[in-house]
Design a protein around this ligand. Structure first.
Ligand code: NA7
Length: 534
């Protein structure tokens, strides 16, 4: 059966849900969601310890004053169950569910240039014809699973952290192998260590992590925050990461070693996740300053972990702090003082195979009952690339992006008209607070669609020239920053053979949003709008 709507939204995570809310007043919208519940990232990632690393009074919707005043977060950094509860509350409160089709994946989309319509096909066999598609498919959606041989021979259970069983897992009495020490692995490890008989942490690259200082949300703090919520939200959008960390104008070069130490200690104890990266104004741009911060964190690791050998293995030395996403933990380094936790260095002794009883590295066998892969995601492009998308002249997105994603403003792809992405490649994505910036991008997209309708246009596209200029700009601003100096999901180097270059906009959210606004105000610079396919 073929259905006609104005707009198809892909994904009912926080951005997709807001897109439904914002657009359904004026348009017939239909949202497809692969999961059987709303919340996106916070629906899927239900592994033990899953928690946001931005304070929840910020990491939440701003679009409705009553919602932000009335909602109460139990903790400063919310745990997954509270974030999922919030997503469900919003879906109910704003009657979004009638527009959301759960447990339905978009498999294929084809643009019909004669009619300026997208034909969207789902895994339920239905076809929907629409004028616009908004892909709110998430940056961290498609799990990266290691492909060592022998997986099917392992007699225990294997779980990727993003596919954790809804009913939970009882790991008591089990020998657990946890592979990966990114934000996810270091959140899960302390909780698994408490339950398991023994936890083996397989680490390839150590991370920099700072203590979250998570705590129950203090009522006085909450009330104070809520007394000027709208003002604070405005202020957030003016900051690099759309978050109210405390920026300084001070260079580390202008401080004595004692002053540096005092400022670093204050940042470490600030209970503000990203404070270490802005403790001096030049942490992210001056390698000598960056190394001062790295050495401070390494000192903290050495002070915490009793075994000097283990402490050294946990100290990152091969990339600058901030090059990869800074991790925030709740007692991660401390677990290595437990008798039931072993750190295995798989950089020097790589994992080579699953065996019937566990994992084999080049030099040893590890007997395990459960293997947890916290091995990250085919990030940023993965969720778009798994949909068979065909644009003008039969061009497939997979071919167009075979050497890496090309976009204009991270929002549109030349040759794929009327298709918008939220948090697409070359947006700030996880460099900025994603609920707030997702709302902003949805509003920008909705305004573009409103303009199209009001001005009588049928098609909006961008051009390869606009894409090239945008990518030159994105590359230019990433030069000289620490991000270029680490292999991570920001540049696709976490996935073997993935091409793409640098996929995140690191100029800060204010500069990114200004570029989007400027393009629209400058007579849709970089876009081509037409009234028909002629
Ligand atoms: P990340 O940050 O991509 O971390 C994945 C981890 O898994 C990282 O330690 C990887 O080591 C490790 N990994 C991946 N493949 C392998 C193989 N084959 N062998 C050993 N170790 C491996 O993903 P997360 O889920 O932790 O975090 C993603 C984002 O979520 C995070 O940035 C926050 O924004 C929230 P590597 O570093 O590649 O050597």
């Amino acid at each position: 059966m073929v259905k006609n709507v104005d707009i198809v939204i892909i994904g009912a995570g926080f951005s997709g849900m807001y897109a439904v809310h914002r657009l359904r007043k004026d348009y017939d919208v239909l949202c497809f969601e692969a999961g059987d519940g709303v919340g996106g990232t916070w629906y899927w990632n239900r592994y033990p310890g899953a928690r946001v690393d931005i304070q929840s009074v910020e990491y939440s919707y701003s679009f409705d004053e009553d919602l932000q005043q009335e909602w109460r977060w139990p903790e400063y950094f919310s745990a997954q169950p509270d974030l999922e509860r919030y997503a469900n509350h919003v879906a109910d409160r704003f009657q979004l569910r009638e527009h959301i089709r759960l447990s339905t994946m978009v498999q294929k989309m084809r643009f019909d240039a004669a009619t300026n319509r997208w034909h969207v096909h789902t895994d339920k066999g239905e076809e929907v014809i629409c004028r616009y598609v908004i892909a709110a498919t998430g940056s961290l959606t498609v799990p990266n699973a290691p492909n060592w041989p022998g997986r099917e021979t392992f007699t225990g259970d294997i779980y990727h952290t993003t596919q954790w069983p809804r009913e939970g897992l009882d790991l008591s009495g089990k020998r657990v192998g946890l592979i990966g020490t990114g934000s996810t692995g270091i959140q899960a490890a302390p909780l698994i260590a408490e339950q398991a008989d023994h936890l083996f942490v397989f680490q390839r690259t150590p991370v920099f992590s700072m203590p979250s200082g998570n705590r129950p949300l203090d009522a006085e703090y909450e009330n104070e925050w809520k007394s000027d919520y709208a003002g604070r939200r405005k202020e957030m959008l003016k900051n690099y990461g759309a978050s109210l960390v405390e920026y300084t104008d001070i260079s580390a070069h202008d401080c004595t070693p004692e002053q540096q130490e005092a400022m670093l200690e204050q940042a470490w104890n600030s209970k503000k996740a990203m404070q270490m990266l802005v403790v001096f104004r030049d942490v992210m741009t001056d390698m000598a300053v960056n190394d001062i911060v790295c050495e401070f964190v390494r000192k903290k690791i050495r002070e915490t972990v009793k075994s000097p050998q283990t402490a050294e293995l946990l100290c990152p030395t091969t990339y600058p702090i901030g090059g990869k996403r800074l991790c925030v933990d709740n007692g991660y380094y401390e677990i290595y003082n437990r008798d039931n936790v072993t750190l295995v260095d798989v950089k020097s002794d790589p994992i080579v195979a699953y065996t019937p009883s566990g994992l084999r590295t080049a030099k040893a066998d590890y007997d395990l009952d459960v293997i947890v892969t916290a091995t990250g995601f085919d990030a940023i492009t993965g969720a778009m690339m798994r949909i068979d998308i065909e644009g003008v002249d039969g061009v497939k997105l997979a071919d167009k992006w075979s050497d890496g994603p090309t976009t204009y403003l991270g929002s549109m792809i030349a040759g794929f008209p009327n298709l918008f992405m939220i948090h697409g490649p070359t947006t700030p994505a996880a460099q900025a607070q994603m609920i707030t910036t997702g709302e902003w991008q949805v509003n920008w997209t909705a305004d573009v669609i409103d303009d199209m309708e009001r001005e009588g246009y049928a098609r909006i596209d961008t051009t390869p020239e606009a894409e090239n200029q945008w990518h030159d700009h994105v590359d230019m601003i990433s030069e000289g920053t620490v991000h270029k100096l680490a292999d991570s999901w920001y540049n696709g180097k976490n996935i073997e053979g993935k091409k793409g270059g640098f996929m995140i906009y690191v100029g800060g959210f204010p500069q990114y949003s200004a570029a989007c606004t400027h393009a629209v105000h400058n007579d849709y610079e970089g876009f081509v709008r037409s009234r028909s396919d002629a």
